[in-house]
Write a protein that binds this ligand. Structure first.
Ligand code: GTQ
Length: 357
């Protein structure tokens, strides 16, 4: 957008012609006039290039299973279909800061050990008994479990069961790309050697307690000891909140955020995650926030309106709500949602903002 003309600011034809000539000469030197683009650079409010979008799980799953027939998890390193936002073509991003993908591990397969700067979460869509191992500790995964692989930690995946395992990967790939800060390494073997029995960290840190002599017994980073948040624990917690007698929040419903038990902060440096429950018949008021959010429908049917664009919701659908788009939800029967966003990162940068409409 060009400068906004005012009486005094209006350019004469001669001035305009001379400016165009100046721009033409400067351009090869990498110099450009701010006054021609200021209004596009410093926006009065977010204008996300990301679009509201929904992926039907059954449709995506069919493509993923076809990929499973054609390439092994080991050949692919990670056999994943990227959920790319239609407004962010070619960027492998679901929002400008976040990535999402659906990962398939077939019976008997492994995805070899590697580590990278990027932080990842896994939200299990189907299958039971496959694992994600982080620094040699397995989290045995069940439907709708949340498992973290924080940046810098060796991780591998494997499926010793006889059914396919599919989960949603949520990573901060675009954020790390933005900062030009990506490092990645392969481990010398397919699997990082097992260090402790499965569930060790959950046993030590998953009950709102921590080992008194943590430092001597600890293998995990002291700032991030917990990486498994089982459905078997978060789902009853959500029910208990709903049964507490408090009315659901008019904009959120009953909502619980996943926390890092060490500091009560978000689960990872760049990614926050939460779950919400909307009772049958409940309809939220519209709400917008600067953290574009990826939702998975865990249970229930209903409707979402994203800036008035309607989307029918059913179990395992994946929906993205871009920054500053107003979201309204209606639960036909009881709805449970999982959501993740870059709120953790925005709060550190003093950028986060929300608006209850
Ligand atoms: O499982 O480590 O979807 O490194 C994208 C990049 C999954 C993983 C993805 C990854 C992974």
């Amino acid at each position: 957008m060009a400068r906004s003309p005012s009486d005094e600011a209006a350019l004469s034809n001669d001035q305009a012609a001379q400016l165009q000539a100046l721009y033409g000469e400067m351009e090869p030197e990498g110099l450009f006039p701010l006054w021609e683009s200021l209004a596009d650079l410093v926006l009065p409010q977010p204008r996300s290039p990301a679009r509201p979008h929904k992926w039907d799980y059954a449709d995506a799953r069919a493509y993923l299973m076809r990929a499973g027939d054609l390439i092994s998890a080991k050949q692919a390193e990670r056999r994943v279909l990227i959920l790319e936002n239609p407004g962010l073509s070619g960027l492998s991003s679901i929002t400008p800061s976040l990535y999402a993908g659906l990962q398939l591990i077939l019976p008997g397969e492994i995805a070899p050990a590697h580590k990278h700067t990027q932080c990842a979460l896994r939200f299990v869509m189907e299958g039971e008994g496959a694992f994600t191992a982080v620094d040699g500790e397995k989290a045995i995964m069940r439907p709708f479990d949340l498992v973290l692989t924080p940046g810098g930690q060796w991780h591998d995946h494997g499926n010793p069961t006889d059914t396919p395992m599919i989960w949603l990967d949520g990573l901060d790939i675009p954020t790390v790309r933005h900062f030009d800060a990506s490092f990645a390494e392969h481990y010398e073997a397919d699997q990082f050697p097992e260090q402790v029995p499965p569930g060790d960290s959950l046993n030590r840190y998953g009950r709102n307690m921590r080992p008194l002599k943590g430092a001597t017994a600890d293998r995990r980073p002291t700032h991030q000891p917990l990486f498994h948040y089982p459905y078997a624990e978060w789902r009853p917690a959500l029910d208990a909140l709903a049964a507490s007698g408090d009315a659901p929040d008019p904009h959120m419903g009953h909502a619980l955020e996943f926390l890092n038990p060490i500091d009560g902060g978000p689960i990872m440096a760049t990614i926050s995650a939460h779950v919400r429950l909307l009772p049958a018949g409940f309809e939220t008021c519209a709400r917008r926030s600067t953290d574009g959010t990826v939702f998975v429908v865990v249970e229930g049917e209903g409707m979402a309106w994203i800036d008035a664009q309607p989307m029918a919701l059913k179990p395992r659908d994946i929906v993205v709500v871009p920054s500053w788009k107003a979201l309204r939800l209606r639960a036909d029967n009881q709805i449970v949602l999982f959501g993740y966003s870059d709120k953790a990162c925005q709060e550190k940068l003093n950028l986060y903002k929300e608006d209850n409409l």
